[in-house]
Write a protein that binds this ligand. Structure first.
Ligand SMILES: C=CC1=C(C)c2cc3[nH]c(cc4nc(cc5[nH]c(cc1n2)c(C)c5CCC(=O)O)C(CCC(=O)O)=C4C)c(C)c3C=C
Ligand SMILES: [Fe+2]
Length: 491
């Protein structure tokens, strides 16, 4: 049976997920539904880019296949061109894999199999000297500053300009948290913890860290994967929800590297696109929230305030970024879990960390904090939800700026849930996600089209673009309107 797909948009009524089928199994290159590990032939498997569904061939009911350990959005092969193109595609290959009621088994097909896990993360400056070049790398990413095709040649000069203008403000932030980002250290710790968790589950693996904007860069990690002779790779972004600006950007870089390398393009790869819906993650978040609520004198009065990193609205509306939908679903799942445990607090979701003169996802964290204070909320628990490590936006923006604003606005009891970091239940669930993804690894698809980055490989073309781009960027900066926008929004 071949996996059929429901293409984008609203799911037909028949395809709404009902969670009681327990799992699905890959079998002879096809996706099949099963119950307790036994194939359920009367259910047809399909995938809508977010979930895998089991649709009854007989009755009119449709059941979700995602069980406890099966709720990641996994793509076999690095076929992710843009998120939009992945919707409706499912790639699975045959593998000796079974999940039934909690026990996950993965047996490698050959004794020589060497499993690798590639953790994708953003990276952060380790010293204040690193801040401007780090910002340059970030703003030079076409998935962070999305210029119209005609203006792509401005990408690098603009990145240079914006990074120089933004650096003093960013440096202040990094100085306030000790002079650099803790991201590399925490990600390395997560990598070690994941390696150990996989070992305990009898799946020995090398775990690599690939940062998008700072060391260790993706290129370094991929080089090591090659020299270590990895034969099967799982790509695991350390972002629970998918965004074009985070996971999408890292995967685009990987794709371009794999496409141009004969060895890598035949390496079986599985990409875990998002995993916010996994029970292990949801439960771990609920545990942390419950623990922090207990520190308040009247826990039931506390507003649970989810604060997610924002993205520009155009990502959602024009580019089809599923980030907002996934974020809302994620909050719903965490709140459902808390309710099931008897925690019935009010909650709200807002978006933080906007940069630049465009509309970002609303409501904005700072504005909501002030409104809540005005409405009489006196106790608030901030929950960072888009990222699993402590970083500048938890340690400085939430713990310092937002806390100060909340207290000023009349919210007298403030708390913050720590990032998951190396929480054992969370790491254990990531290990399960990796093991479940292994059988669906397949060689990445090849393509003739050059990526945006490759267009810069011609040095002459690059120099010409840089020259004209710099002049244009300079003229732009001289325009009074642009100066105002930069002053108000970038700095
Ligand atoms: C899910 C998480 C993140 C999304 C989505 C995201 C989008 C996004 N970010 C910027 C601009 C900046 N981000 C910066 C730091 C930063 N961003 C994330 C996560 C997401 N970004 C993290 C974890 C970090 C911190 C890394 C660290 O050093 O600890 C920065 C630099 C810091 C600052 O100056 O504020 C910028 C700038 C954009 C434009 C964007 C979406 C388009
Ligand atoms: Fe960011």
């Amino acid at each position: 049976m071949n996996a059929t797909a429901v293409s984008g948009g609203v799911l037909p009524q028949m395809m709404q997920p009902i969670s009681n089928l327990e799992t699905f199994t890959n079998n002879n290159s096809s996706l099949v539904c099963s119950r307790n590990g036994v194939r359920a032939p009367s259910f047809k498997a399909s995938h809508d880019g977010k979930q895998i569904y089991c649709q009854s061939n007989e009755a009119s009911a449709t059941q979700s296949c995602g069980s406890t350990a099966q709720k990641s959005n996994v793509l076999g092969g690095l076929s992710l061109k843009s998120h939009r193109q992945t919707v409706g595609k499912t790639f699975c290959s045959a593998g000796e894999y079974a999940y039934s009621g909690g026990a996950i088994n993965y047996q490698s097909r050959t004794a020589e199999e060497k499993v690798g896990v590639l953790l994708l993360n953003l990276g952060g400056p380790e010293t204040l000297h690193d801040v401007q070049p780090f910002l340059y790398n970030l703003f030079a990413d076409p998935d962070i500053i999305r210029l119209p095709r005609l203006f792509k040649f401005l990408q690098r000069p603009l990145a240079q300009l914006i990074s120089i203008l933004r650096a003093p403000k960013s440096k202040e932030g990094y100085a306030a948290i000790g002079g650099g980002s803790p991201l590399r250290k925490i990600t390395d710790e997560q990598a070690n913890a994941l390696k150990m968790a996989l070992e305990v589950k009898k799946v020995p693996a090398n775990v690599y860290v690939a940062m998008r904007y700072w060391h260790p860069f993706t290129e370094e990690a991929v080089h090591r994967i090659k020299t270590d002779g990895i034969t099967r790779l799982v790509v695991l972004p350390l972002y629970p929800q998918f965004s074009i600006s985070t996971t999408g950007s890292s995967i685009r870089v990987l794709q371009s590297m794999f496409r141009n390398d004969a060895h890598l393009s035949s390496l079986p790869v599985a990409v875990i696109e998002s995993w916010y819906q996994r029970d292990g993650y949801v439960r771990s978040m609920a545990d942390l929230i419950e623990k922090e609520l207990a520190n308040f004198s009247e826990p039931e009065e506390v507003m649970i305030f989810f604060s997610a990193h924002g993205v520009p609205v155009s990502y959602i509306e024009d580019a089809g970024d599923p980030y907002k939908d996934q974020m809302e679903e994620c909050i719903l799942l965490i709140m459902q879990e808390l309710k099931a445990r008897g925690t019935k607090n009010n909650h709200t979701l807002a978006y933080q960390s906007r940069v630049g003169p465009v509309q970002w996802l609303k409501p904005y964290t700072d504005e909501v904090l002030v409104e809540l204070g005005q409405k009489g909320v006196r106790s608030l628990l901030a929950v960072p939800v888009s990222f699993v490590s402590e970083h500048i936006e938890t340690l400085e923006e939430i713990d310092m700026e937002y806390k100060h604003l909340a207290l000023e606005s009349g919210i007298s009891n403030w708390g913050r849930v720590p990032a998951l970091n190396c929480t054992p239940s969370f790491i254990n669930d990531l290990a399960d996600a990796v093991i479940e993804a292994l059988p669906s690894a397949m060689a990445m698809s090849t393509s003739d089209t050059a990526s945006e980055d490759e267009l810069y490989d011609d040095p002459m073309r690059y120099v010409i673009r840089l020259f004209f781009g710099s002049i244009l960027a300079f003229l732009l900066l001289l325009s009074p309107k642009a100066i105002l926008a930069f002053r108000n929004n970038i700095l």
